[in-house]
Design a protein around this ligand. Structure first.
Ligand SMILES: Cc1cc2nc3c(=O)[nH]c(=O)nc-3n(C[C@H](O)[C@H](O)[C@H](O)COP(=O)(O)OP(=O)(O)OC[C@H]3O[C@@H](n4cnc5c(N)ncnc54)[C@H](O)[C@@H]3O)c2cc1C
Length: 531
């Protein structure tokens, strides 16, 4: 069987893997790092523009070849579908909000869920580092609790006319808003282009302005700093007979399925996202580890989490001209904090211009409009604006909120596929109605100004920014890994990013996954120095 040796073997090539590989190279030049990714390298930058156009014209997948049919079909629940070099980071919108100190102290402040094994001041340093690497733009929050030790690397993109109008409207409620921080280049940076307002950030960014991990990997490869094995699925981690350390990872290359491949390394890092990290640990069972690797607590795959959300549509007597960078929005952090003596509710609040009501060449009767008529028609229709609102809110999950191995569904190599079932804990269930009522009242408060009206609300049917499954903690009986992602059971095995989160906050998670991973990188590099 072909065997590849390295100092560090990283499994998965998404955002957190890119952050980790880049940081390890800086900390320990010369380290032999192998990144193994199940999906393909979709490095074809010129094709991005064409893929975008086809996605817009025909609704085609903007990233052809980015998912492995036999891994995803048959899996159950909210499974991470993008498997390629870049992972879900090929498609993310780039919103980069920080969590808040409360997320780390839910147990001690509110008697809920658990505390994270890390101090806020410590995490904040790594937020700064992650923001620098992702080249996040943003503006200081108006809330003093959001104090930062460093300014944003790039000042915020100026608000469009629409967002300026919406900010003045929303702030009449007394709730303060800022520009959404985003990992979008306003000038070329990191080998990627600048934002040209293509406005398809959540699908494909043709210039690479929105941070995309494939660029980081391409650069590390060009500089010969890492080895990348794509189209190679790690199927099992193997623990040695003498000591509880992981000695190998067994894999299959998708183009040569008949031949097993072995990876040997001093340190293994599972950077496989919220679905496939727990899945791999569970798949790695053996007679000595019947419940899988790193699972003496029995908690691998448990406490899968994320946040719930409520959306709304409001109308108001504002003139908006939709289509001015629809991905950009306003955020308020007013409700990130909840006084401990009040019913618990925490959420972010986002406001966007709403699609529709753009300029048009034909009027309602189908008559062609030309020249000034187009503008006059647009102005007339833009008199009363529709506004999009959303709140991600903090919920906590039960131990039985779980990723398990599917009892019947298998991939083409015969390995059981994952099944994810999210379940809220009793306290979160009990406060659902009150949380909903609170958020709707916030939307109504916002919608009051300028003859505004909240016209509809709707609840998301899934947990967004999913995480969990290998939660971190100080006690090996109640967590899978420590605050650095080092598994309690195997000192040379780390899990990084989303799976390690005990709880998923009330705003986008990727910046937090990246910050925690950068902190892990120092431990991983430190281990290499010692061994
Ligand atoms: C449409 C969309 C918009 C989003 N927008 C935002 C946003 O604005 N802000 C935000 O914070 N988040 C956003 N997200 C979420 C964000 O994309 C993810 O949190 C982030 O990309 C996760 O990165 P990751 O590296 O942890 O995992 P992943 O991206 O899942 O990467 C894991 C990689 O590991 C590989 N892998 C898995 N198992 C194995 C194995 N056994 N062997 C080899 N390789 C393996 C996978 O193929 C995959 O490529 C969005 C997501 C989507 C889908």
């Amino acid at each position: 069987m072909p065997t590849y040796e390295s100092d560090v073997c990283i499994i998965g090539a998404g955002v957190v893997s890119a952050m980790l590989a880049e940081r390890l190279v800086e900390l320990r030049p010369g380290l032999a790092i192998t990144v193994v990714e199940a999906g393909s390298s979709l490095f074809d930058v010129p094709a991005r523009m064409e893929a975008r156009q086809r996605a817009l014209d025909y609704g085609e997948n903007a990233w052809p070849g980015d998912f492995l049919d036999d891994q995803v079909s048959g899996s159950e629940g909210l499974v991470g579908f993008t498997m390629a070099v870049g992972g879900l980071g090929l498609r993310w919108g780039g919103a980069c909000n920080r969590f808040s100190e409360e997320d780390l102290r839910l147990k001690s402040q509110y008697g809920l869920a658990m505390d994270w094994p890390i101090e806020w001041a410590e995490l904040e340093k790594y937020y700064c580092q992650a923001e620098r690497r992702l080249n996040v733009f943003g503006e200081p929050s108006p809330y003093p609790e959001d104090k930062r030790s460093e300014p944003y690397p790039v000042p915020a993109l100026a608000l469009s006319y629409n967002l300026q109008t919406l900010k003045s409207w929303a702030e009449k409620s007394g709730i303060r808003f800022s520009a959404l921080p985003m990992a979008h280049n306003l000038r070329p940076f990191g080998g990627r282009g600048a934002c040209c307002l293509f406005d398809t950030c959540g699908q494909v960014c043709p210039t690479g302005a929105r941070y995309s991990p494939d660029y980081t990997f391409r650069q590390l490869l060009a500089q010969k700093k890492i080895t990348l094995h794509d189209r190679t699925l790690i199927r099992r981690l193997v623990v040695g007979d003498d000591k509880p350390v992981v000695v190998a990872a067994h894999a299959v290359h998708r183009d040569k399925p008949e031949q097993a491949v072995e990876y040997r390394a001093r340190t293994f890092v599972v950077a496989s996202g919220y679905t496939w990290s727990s899945h791999l640990l569970l798949l790695s069972s053996s007679s000595r580890y019947p419940n899988g690797v790193a699972n003496s607590s029995g908690l691998v795959g448990c406490y899968m989490n994320g946040h719930k959300f409520i959306s709304g549509q409001a109308t108001a007597d504002l003139e908006l001209y939709p289509g001015q960078n629809m991905s950009y929005s306003l955020i308020s952090r007013e409700f990130f904090r909840c006084p401990p003596d009040r019913p618990f509710v925490r959420h972010d609040t986002r406001i966007w211009e709403n699609p529709g009501r753009g300029p048009r060449l034909r009027d309602d009767s189908g008559r062609l409009q030309l020249g000034d008529e187009v503008i006059a028609d647009w102005r007339a229709r833009a008199k009363r604006a529709t506004i999009r609102l959303r709140a991600y809110y903090d919920v906590h999950t039960d131990k039985e909120s779980r990723l398990t191995l599917h009892p019947t569904a298998r991939n083409k190599y015969g390995d059981p596929l994952p099944k994810i079932t999210h379940r809220l804990d009793a306290a979160s269930e009990a406060r659902e109605a009150a949380t909903r009522a609170h958020i709707v009242s916030v939307f109504e408060r916002l919608a009051k100004a300028d003859n505004g009206k909240l016209v509809s609300t709707g609840e998301g049917g899934y947990l967004d920014h999913p995480a969990g499954g290998c939660r971190m903690g100080t006690d090996p009986a109640t967590s899978v890994c420590d605050g650095y992602g080092r598994t309690h059971d195997h000192e040379n095995l780390f899990v990084v990013g989303a799976p390690t989160l005990p709880t998923a906050g009330c705003t986008n998670g990727t910046l937090t996954f990246a910050a925690l991973t950068l902190r892990s990188a120092e431990q991983i590099a430190g281990d290499q120095r010692r061994s």
